[in-house]
Each structure stands twice: as C-alpha cells, then as structure tokens.
Design a protein around this ligand. Structure first.
Ligand code: MTE
Ligand code: MO
Length: 376
C-alpha cells in the first residue's frame, strides 16, 4: 500500500477520499479563529505523502541557461536567506464543487465550503533563491517557474505546476519557499520539509514536498497544469473539451460563504436576533471590501462587519471573516440566507451556479445560499 506511510490526521476532519487523503474541517470551525489551526486546515493530496529526510533533503534549483543547478539543504534555506512571513489564504480550485455537482454532475472531489484556510507561512523568498541561482528580472526566455513535487505515483510521475516568472521574481508577490506553518514545522500533509506558497494564486500551484524548481519558456507540462485546473463554458462536455484552449487557473475570483448557521438547522434567535458568520476572500491580492448578506433570498440586504488584519493594498493575501447580527424578520418561519462579497476591483460573485457551471466543477463562487427554519 503506497499510502501506508501517510501521517495520522485529526478525526474531526470530513474525509472526501482516504487514498489519496482529501479532507476539509467542519465549516463552522473556519470562523472560530482568523488563523486556521494546522490540524483543521484542509488537506488536498493527489498522491501518497512522501517521507523525506530533512537532513539529506536538497532543493534543486535549475541553473541559468544550462549552467549547473544549485542544490540547497533545508539548513541553508533557513540560514542563508532572510526569513519572511506572510499571512495568506489558500483555496482549492474545487472548493464548493458540491454546489456545482448539485446543478449537474461534475468530475471531481465533492468539496463543501471548507477547502480553504488561512495561515501564517514562513520561509525564504523565492526571489532571493532565484537570484542566488543567477536569475535577474526580465531574463530573456524566462517566462515560467516550474515546481516539481517529490510525491509520485506508481509509474514514477510526480506532481507539478508552474507560475509566471514575473510573479516568482517580484518581492511584491511574497512568493515563499515555506518551512513553517503557523509557527510550527511544516506538517507532513502540507509539504514537509518544503513547499511553495504563492499568495493569491489557486491551491494547485502551491506545490508541496518541493524537489525541483526550473525556470523555463514553457509552462509546466504536468497533467495538473495542462489537462486539469482550467475553466470552461457550461456548454463544454467531456466529448468536446479541449484543454489546450483555456489558460491554467492562477489568480482565483472573489469568494465568500456562510459557515454559521448550517443548512437545514433550526435557528433560535437571541432577543429576536440572528447572527450569521462566514469568510470572504479574493485572489491576486485584491482585498475584500464588503460582504452583503440577505435573510430573504436576496430581496433586501445587510452589510456585514468584516474582521481581519490590515493588509498592504494590492497585497491582501489573507481572508476576511465576517459577522452580521440583525433582528430576525417578523412572521418568517423559513429564511434563505445569502452572502456575496465585493473585492477592491469591485468584482462581485455571480448570483447563481448554472451560468458558471463547468465540467470539472472548479471556480465555484456563486452567492452562497443557506436555508434554515426559525424557532417560534
Ligand atoms: N503539491 C503536491 N506536491 N502534490 C499535491 O497533490 N496538491 C495541490 C497543492 N500542492 C498538491 C500539491 C492542490 S490541488 C492544493 S488545493 C494544495 O496543494 C492543497 O494544499 P494543502 O493540502 O496544504 O491544503
Ligand atoms: Mo486543489
């Protein structure tokens, strides 16, 4: 069993698949703290978790124009490069896929709303490591930075992805080679001993168990860069899909969801009031500037209170948690609670799923809807 070496996991996680391990926390846990505890942070593995010896581990950084590669030990990454910290939210492209699946079946893990989490990551800046390997900004032919994971399938194929070179080389994008998550050693499930964190960019490019970095003219040729993690029109099906026509997902669109109350529950209401909670985030460093909440299916709206750390404009990598406490609408026994977020580019979420449905069930960011009954 190639999964025999997988680490133990918290029993509260909701398991989507055991082998490979894919799980999300109960949604209400996400809004209990601004920083998602490591044990409850969603885990998305395509392959068995590799067991890597931190003492003999070496990161290979491909050399410039055929010059020899740089090999860096974990110790060198920690001591030869300044330690940077970044608070960043990581979201899987398949977060909220189950809502797409409910409209029309899609292929993929049936994620709820919790394939997302917020953590404080620490490590060396990718830019510093690339500079040490001889690269500079605006390098001719340098268009992409590829990351190869050390997790492999039985045929020996490893996980891989790439990001644009200019993002990797810009210190404003805060791309880190991470060895610490929330002040702890990077956990096995999250890429020990080293992963890349690309703030504002889809989870799939944040390669774990990082073995090799390559600068290239081409994007990564991996399955997950070329033939997966792309968006399509609702009209495209598995007979007609051509993966070469859509760009690989990088920055994610604006997102929000309701974590409390849970769908189908009975809401008591304290002093005739209801409290609704959730998260909101947008890709590309765009800050969430507002969250609107409706208790009546979208006829009237309330503005939620946002909480979260102050972030540099254009570098808002972390989510906002939000709360709304408001009087329960009189004479209603059923509530249809909705939320929608607005980011700093005034991007808004689409109101329904059907027009953004796609065969892989990615980029599911329609208004989140939760129906509850009111206790009388
Ligand atoms: N990196 C490797 N090496 N192998 C993987 O399976 N999964 C990717 C990404 N990096 C993956 C990987 C996907 S699709 C996501 S959403 C994130 O890791 C999940 O990161 P997490 O498990 O730390 O939450
Ligand atoms: Mo993902």
């Amino acid at each position: 069993d190639p999964y025999a070496q997988d680490p133990p996991r918290h029993p509260a996680l909701k398991v989507n698949s055991m082998k490979p391990f894919n799980a999300e926390p109960p949604a209400e846990m996400l809004t209990e703290a601004y920083i998602t505890p490591n044990a409850f942070f969603f885990k998305r593995n395509h392959l068995p978790v590799p067991r890597l010896d931190p003492a003999s581990y070496r990161l290979e950084v491909g050399g410039r124009m055929g010059s020899p590669s740089l090999f860096l030990s974990l110790e060198e990454l920690k001591t030869h490069f300044p330690r940077h910290e970044v608070m960043a939210t990581l979201q899987c492209a398949g977060n909220r896929r189950s809502e797409m699946n409910a409209v029309k079946p899609v292929k993929g893990l049936d994620w709820g709303i919790a394939a997302i989490g917020n953590a404080k990551w620490a490590g060396a800046q990718l830019r510093d490591v690339l500079v040490a390997a001889g690269y500079k900004e605006g390098e001719a032919g340098a268009l992409h930075v590829q990351f190869e994971g050390l997790d492999r399938d039985l045929a020996g194929t490893g996980y891989g992805a790439s990001i644009p070179y200019h993002i990797a080389m810009s210190s404003d994008h805060d791309v880190l080679l991470v060895y610490e998550m929330n002040g702890e050693e990077l956990p096995l499930d999250h890429g020990f001993p080293l992963r890349v964190i690309v703030p504002g960019v889809v989870g799939a490019r944040n390669v774990k168990w990082l073995g090799r970095i390559l600068v290239s003219t081409e994007e990564s040729q991996s399955h997950w860069q070329q033939n997966d993690y792309k968006g399509f029109s609702p009209s495209v099906d598995w007979d007609t899909v051509d993966f070469s026509v859509s760009p690989a997902i990088q920055e994610l669109p604006v997102q929000s969801a309701i974590t409390d109350p849970q769908p189908g529950t009975l809401v008591a209401g304290e002093d005739g009031k209801i409290t609704v909670k959730g998260y909101a985030w947008s890709g590309g460093g765009r800050e969430v500037v507002r969250v609107d909440v409706s208790l009546d299916g979208g006829s009237t709206w309330h503005v939620a209170n946002l909480t979260g750390e102050k972030q540099t404009p254009g570098r808002a990598w972390a989510w906002k948690l939000w709360t709304l406490t408001t009087p329960l609408p009189a004479e209603r026994t059923e509530l249809e609670i909705l939320c929608k977020a607005v980011d700093s580019s005034y991007n808004v979420q689409p109101d329904t799923v059907a027009p953004i449905w796609n065969l892989r069930g990615v980029l599911s960011n329609a208004w989140h809807r939760v129906c509850v009954s009111v206790m009388k």
